[in-house]
Design a binder for this molecule. Sequence first.
Ligand code: SF4
Ligand code: SF4
Length: 481
Amino acid sequence: MAVSTFKRGLRLPTRKHATEGKPVELVPVPKQVVIPINQHFGAPNKALVNVGDHVVRGQKIADAAAPGPMTVPVHASITGIVKKIEPRTQSNNTDGLCVVIEAPPRETAGDSPEGEKPADLFMPPLDPFACTKEEALARIREAGILGMGGAGFPSHVKLSPPPDKPIDTIIADGAECEPYLTTDEAAMSEKPHLLVKGLAIVMKITGVNRAIIGMEDNKEKLIPMIERELRLENAPAGISIGLCRTLYPQGGEKMLITALTGREVPSGGLPMDVGCIVQNVGTLIAIAEAFTLGKPLIDRDLTVSGGACRTPKNIRAPIGTLLKDLPPEFMDIDHDRLAKILFGGPMMGTAVPSLEVPVQKNTSGIILMTKEETIVAAEGSCIRCCRCIRNCPCRLSPVIMNTSLEADDLDYAVEAGLMDCIECGSCAYVCPARIRLVQRFRVGKQRLRIRQQAARAAAEAAAVRQMGAGAAVPAGAAAKN
Ligand code: SF4
Ligand code: SF4
C-alpha cells in the first residue's frame, strides 16, 4: 500500500512501546467523579441537578444554558449522589464548574451490552439508517459527543456544514501521531466493526459516499482486521484505508487531509473548505455506540504511560475520574522520578499541577514524565536561526508571532498567522533557545478571544441602547396622542 504524507514534519521518538498492542482495561468504578459541565468548544452549559440528587449513570446532568447549536450535554458517568457543584481545576488548568458525584459501595461499570447494568439510564437504540438526518444529528448531540482527538468541537455541528460547503470525503483520523499515546490504535484493533459503523453513520448523515481511514504506517498491522470488516456483506461501500508516514503532526486535520487527498486547507479555512470532514476514530466509535446502545459519552479510553508510570496501560475510565483515585494497578506513580504530569501527549498536552484533575471527554492520555523525558531548560534568547519557521507544518513564522506577542502587538501576531497555528509544538521542540513558543501562542489566542468577546458584548450593548432609544420615541409620541 502506498504511503502518503505532508511536507515538513518531525521524526520524533514515538515512545509507544510500553503500551503498544496492549488491550484496553476497564478501571473499577471510582468512589467519586468530578465532571466538568463545560467540556466542549462553544457556549456554556448549566447544571440540571442539585446537591443531594441521586443520579444514574447515563443521566443528563448539564445542558445548554441558552438555545444555540454550539453546545453538547454532559452525563453522569457513575450512579451515585451529587455531593457538590463547585469550580474545580480542569485539565486545561482553568477552574470550571464541576458536578461531584459520590458512588455507593459496590457500584460496577461496563461498556459492552453485556456489561452495562440495566439500571443505566441510556437512550433507546436508534436505527441510523432508518431515521432522518435531523433525528440522527439530534442523537449525536444528545449523547454529548464531541471531538475526542483533543479539540472538543461538538460533532453534530461538524456534521452539519452549510449548504455552500459541499463535502465529498470523510476522513477517520487514526494517525495518533503524538508520542506515548496508543488508545486510538487499541480502539481500531478492538472495535473495527464500530469504527466502520460510525463511518457509515456519518456518511449517511452527510450524504457522502467516500471515506478514508487514515493511520500512520507504524499501525500497518491493523490493516487486515479493518479490511476484514470492510469485506463483510453488509459493510458500506466507499471506505478505504490510507496509510501515512509516521511523522509528527500527521494527525493534525490539515496535514491528514493533504496527505490523503492532496488538498490544502486555506489559511483561516476549515476542512469543509476543501470538501472534507475529519473525525477522530474514538469519536466515530462513540457515535456508533450512541445509536446501537443509546450510550452517551461517559467513558474515556486513554493511555497512562511515561517514565514515572510503573503501570503503563491503555485504560477505560468513567469521565470525571480523578488521577489520584485510579487504583495502583492502573496508575502506580514513581514519585521520586516524577517531573511533570501531562494530560494528552507531550507535544500538545497540558501540564497539570496535581493529581486532583479529572479525566475529560477529550483526555487521550496521562503521561507521567521524568526529568530525562522532558525539557526543563530555562528559556534563552532568540538567535534568529529560523529553525522554527523551517519546521512549522503550517508554514507560519513562529519567531515573528512570538516577538509580536512579546511586544504586545496582537494584531501583528494575527497577521503572522497566530490563528492558523494548530499548537502542534514543533517550533518549540526544535528551538535551540528553548523558547516556550506554544505557551505564548495559546495565551495570545486566549487574549484575542477575550478581546473579540468584549467587542461583541460592547456591540450588543450598543445595539440594545439604540433599540431602547428607538422604542422611547414612539412611546413618547403615543403619550402625546
Ligand atoms: S507555529 Fe503553531 S503550527 Fe507552527 S510549529 Fe509552532 S505550534 Fe506548530
Ligand atoms: S527556533 Fe527559536 S531561536 Fe531559532 S528563530 Fe525560532 S524562536 Fe528564535
